[in-house]
Design a protein around this ligand. Structure first.
Ligand code: HEM
Length: 520
């Protein structure tokens, strides 16, 4: 069945899908033969993927006497964006997101694009390797032969995200007939996603965000710190018990840090925050996994049935919280009222789904990426161990250096928009590269150096900007701070269980590690 090409979240939340306008007119499309594929280190480097898997720990060898990660080719080189400026900025460059090495090479790719100017034309090729069969077909649908403007400079990334002439709702650039067709093609369970704040433009977005925002204040999230600490201690305690059951002793205990810790951590925190009863956690686990399948573009009957079950469960929970509110987010959402506005059931459902979609894998990756960055930069790890207060800076620098979201699409020009000399025509999509902006040497000195004491790391754009800036940012920050400080306090011997070259970016459009074997 053809997937609903437009609502949906992560491939869906973050990337998504051309508007109808994009499909119909491609003003700058060049013939295939003209397409320029940027493969920064080309095949020779693929042979040495040992190093390119971890782009900026190129010379790191756990056996190395110093144990200090050497700079990559670009580290310390502070090149400016303008030095290699080339003509023909509109010739599409192929970004092969289906290439398992895409993420490993991406920062060099972005540097090459930045050198061409703030806005390039790119062509997304491939799909996520992890998707199989039907999943894979669906993903190809989402990415396949997509051409888009690709914004790479820090200033232009910010101005695009602040520019109200871009819409996130694909309907903004469709004719009424196209909207009708899209809605008719969208299975009922998926229509919900179009009610989610991340997919809405003002005034609907403004109304919903006002109602949802009070659940996410920085103060409220700080109040959650105790709960978050508890979740972290519990998971690490469980990992220790599992190791003891296997007869392992410190410092040779083993765990896959993603599976045992980073993955279950945010989903437990979100469930606590929402007020999902503890006794229901096992039941909802399958449903949240199912939700992630939707996010990866799978829309078959099994997934739809899973969604229906989750919806039924949540609706019943809403009713209970309506009758007997407790101190949690679902209770607040079902009772939310502002200037006479309330959230209807579908809006609460869409918001709850979005928490699981936008707040789960991103946080898993923040934790995994931060741990790998530290373990491969022993000088930085030593600093954090000496001063746990640096956990705050560590989170900001991880978000800047290896932020979980490389780029976000879903910005469709409602009118012709001129961006530093490039016109993005009405109906065309702009994709903004947060990862590229975060390594822009015009904004960050020595951007390819991982430095947890960097004073301006928090100027990163890993959480986006403007009206859609991440609502969960205060939560993610506290989660990261608690995770890093507790992990290295409890397990000071924590280290990679395999050579760094074997720790590979997963082939997903979100930046993260699927597996992370460690010893502690
Ligand atoms: C490190 C972790 C996270 C990262 C890197 C991240 C990143 C982002 C980014 C880049 C956006 C903007 C999307 C756009 O402009 O289209 C966003 C939006 C959003 N995020 Fe996060 N996020 C993280 C964690 C969370 C968490 C923990 C939650 C909630 C539990 C959350 C909830 C949201 C919501 C609701 C939005 C939509 C806001 C709107 O459209 O008004 N995120 N996030």
């Amino acid at each position: 069945m053809a997937g609903p090409k437009s609502w949906c979240l992560s491939s869906l939340v973050w990337v998504s899908m051309g508007s109808k306008g994009t499909e119909e007119k491609k003003p700058y499309s060049a013939p295939d033969s003209d397409r320029q594929t940027i493969r920064p280190r080309e095949l020779s480097d693929k042979m040495e993927s040992a190093m390119t898997e971890l782009p900026h720990v190129d010379s790191f060898d756990p056996e190395d006497k110093d144990g200090i990660a050497s700079p990559s080719t670009s580290e310390n080189s502070a090149t400016t964006n303008s030095v290699h400026k080339e003509a023909r900025p509109t010739e599409p460059v192929e970004l092969n997101v289906g290439d398992p090495h895409f993420m490993a090479n991406a920062y060099d790719t972005y540097a090459n694009l930045r050198a061409k100017g703030p806005v390039s034309r790119v062509h997304f090729a491939g799909g996520a390797e992890e998707a199989a069969g039907n999943d894979r077909e669906q993903q190809r649908g989402f990415f396949g032969s997509q051409e888009t403007f690709f914004v790479t400079h820090y200033d232009e990334v910010i101005s695009t995200l602040l520019d109200h002439r871009f819409a996130v709702d694909p309907r903004a650039s469709m004719s009424p007939e196209q909207v009708e067709e899209l809605e008719a093609q969208t299975p009922e369970e998926f229509r919900l996603f179009s009610r989610s704040i991340i997919s809405l433009d003002p005034p609907d977005h403004t109304r919903l965000r006002k109602l949802v925002q009070p659940s996410f204040t920085g103060r409220g999230m700080q109040a959650l710190r105790g709960t978050i600490q508890h979740v972290v201690e519990d998971l690490l305690g469980q990992a220790e018990r599992d190791a003891a059951d296997r007869g392992e002793a410190a410092p040779y205990r083993r765990m896959d840090l993603i599976e045992a810790f980073a993955y279950p951590f945010p989903v437990t925190v979100i469930s606590d925050m929402l007020g999902i009863p503890r006794e229901d956690r096992e039941t909802i686990r399958g449903w949240t996994e199912n939700l992630l399948r939707v996010d990866r573009g799978r829309v078959d009957e099994e997934v739809r049935a899973g969604l229906r079950e989750f919806i039924d469960y949540l609706q019943e929970l809403f009713e209970r919280k309506r009758q007997a509110p407790t101190e949690d987010m679902i209770s607040r959402l079902v009772h939310a009222e502002e200037d006479g506005e309330i959230l209807d059931d579908d809006e609460v459902l869409a918001t709850v789904f979005l928490m699981f979609l936008a707040g789960h894998v991103t946080t898993v990756n923040l934790v995994g990426n931060g741990v790998v960055a530290l373990l491969t930069h022993p000088d930085q790890l030593a600093k954090l161990k000496a001063d746990p207060e640096l956990a705050k800076g560590m989170v900001e620098e991880t978000l800047r250096y290896w932020g979980p979201v490389d780029f976000i699409g879903r910005r469709v020009a409602k009118e012709d928009v001129e961006l530093s000399g490039t016109v993005i025509p009405t109906g065309e999509q702009a994709t903004v590269s947060l990862a590229s902006a975060n390594r822009d040497p015009e904004r960050f000195a020595n951007p390819d150096v991982f430095d947890i004491t960097r004073a301006d790391a928090n100027r990163h754009v890993a959480f986006g900007k403007g009206i859609h800036a991440c609502l969960g940012a205060p939560l993610a920050r506290v989660e990261g701070q608690v995770a890093f400080s507790t992990l290295f306090r409890r397990f000071p011997e924590l280290r990679l269980a395999v050579p760094a070259k074997e720790v590979q970016w997963s082939s997903s459009f979100l930046r993260g590690f699927a597996r992370l074997p460690v010893l502690y």
